[in-house]
Ligand binder design. Structure first.
Ligand SMILES: C[S@@+](CC[C@H](N)C(=O)[O-])C[C@H]1O[C@@H](n2cnc3c(N)ncnc32)[C@H](O)[C@@H]1O
Length: 298
């Protein structure tokens, strides 16, 4: 039998029109959704399968979809600015967040990244998140509950990550496999990280500007506890493919931020610059670069 997912009251739905615009709301028995003077009853959607048509009238229809995580994060209520799905996707891979991993995150913000982390660590993993603003933490918890349901493996604490990490049983020394930061001054958290990140663990931070990257790199090097430092940014350029109009879209997100990754390792392996005497392995594909031809007979 084919698996079919059916809309239920309390669930998030995205109605998508012919132009691809999303209208997001939570289904509630007895409620109605209005758009450009036309109405659809929530009761008409509840019980329908994901991907079915929402008929406002004879002429107006939209498709009713259960949002993907990426779609959900772009439409959910926000306190702080969320990370874009293109960055979250890369972060999960470059920080190598695996099922069962114990992850420290700060700041939680609106919880777009937290949702990605929870999905990646699964039920066996744990996420501990610091968020200094109570109002943001509250929005984050609601966003998580609505998409993920109750997350018993998540602890969100209203704390200032610059003051340090620890003090709770889950934050014991070397308790974490991964430390992921999306806050303005990660270099103020970096000195605390070696105490809680196990050897071989991965540090990753996201910042929008070059001076922030520079300060973060300096701080990582000063700890003498990290190697394989790497900073990069990502671009996603959508294309228009319609008939003979096959070309990049006219608009794209030209800048979001820089991702810095470092590997926690024993001090003896880290050079004075903190670059790591372990050879730097880039995962961006330069392993495919061809060797320079050797000139002979020179
Ligand atoms: C850009 S937002 C994070 C967005 C989040 N990654 C998401 O995808 O929804 C940065 C967050 O860091 C929080 N923050 C700033 N400084 C902090 C600190 N010292 N400790 C904990 N949280 C902090 C801010 O309140 C804000 O919510």
């Amino acid at each position: 039998m084919r698996a079919m997912r059916v809309f239920q009251a309390g669930q998030r739905v995205h109605l998508v029109d012919k132009k691809g615009r999303h209208y997001a709301f939570t289904l509630k028995a007895g409620d109605r959704f209005q758009h450009s003077g036309e109405t659809i009853l929530h009761d008409d959607l509840i019980g329908q399968p994901d991907g079915s048509l929402a008929r406002f009238s004879e002429t107006k229809t939209m498709v009713a979809l259960m949002p993907t995580l990426a779609e959900y994060t772009l439409k959910m209520p926000r306190g702080a600015q969320v990370l874009y799905p293109k960055d979250i996707a890369i972060i999960l891979m470059w920080a190598d967040v695996y099922p069962g991993a114990r992850v420290f995150e700060a700041g939680v913000g609106s919880a777009a990244l937290t949702l990605g982390l929870l999905r990646a660590v699964g039920d066996r993993g744990t996420v501990v998140g610091y968020e200094q603003r109570a109002d943001f933490a509250s929005i984050a918890m609601k966003n998580i509950e609505k998409f993920h349901g109750p997350a018993t493996n998540l602890r969100v604490r209203q704390r200032d990550a610059y003051d340090g990490i620890g003090g709770e049983p889950e934050e014991a020394p070397l308790a974490f496999d991964r430390v992921i930061l999306d806050l303005p001054e990660p270099w103020r958290v970096v000195p605390h990280v070696p105490d809680v990140l196990r050897l071989g663990g991965i540090y990753l931070s996201f910042v929008p500007t070059v001076p922030q990257v520079m300060q973060t790199m300096d701080a990582l090097r000063q700890t003498n506890a990290f190697g394989m430092l790497q900073t990069f940014e990502t671009f996603m350029r959508p294309w228009n493919i319609e008939g003979r109009s096959v070309r990049p879209d006219l608009r794209m997100i030209a800048h979001s931020g820089f991702i810095t990754v470092a590997r926690r390792m024993e001090t003896g392996m880290v050079s004075a610059r903190g670059q790591g005497s372990v050879s730097h392995v880039s995962l961006s594909g330069d392993a495919c670069e061809r060797e320079e031809p050797v000139q002979d007979g020179g």
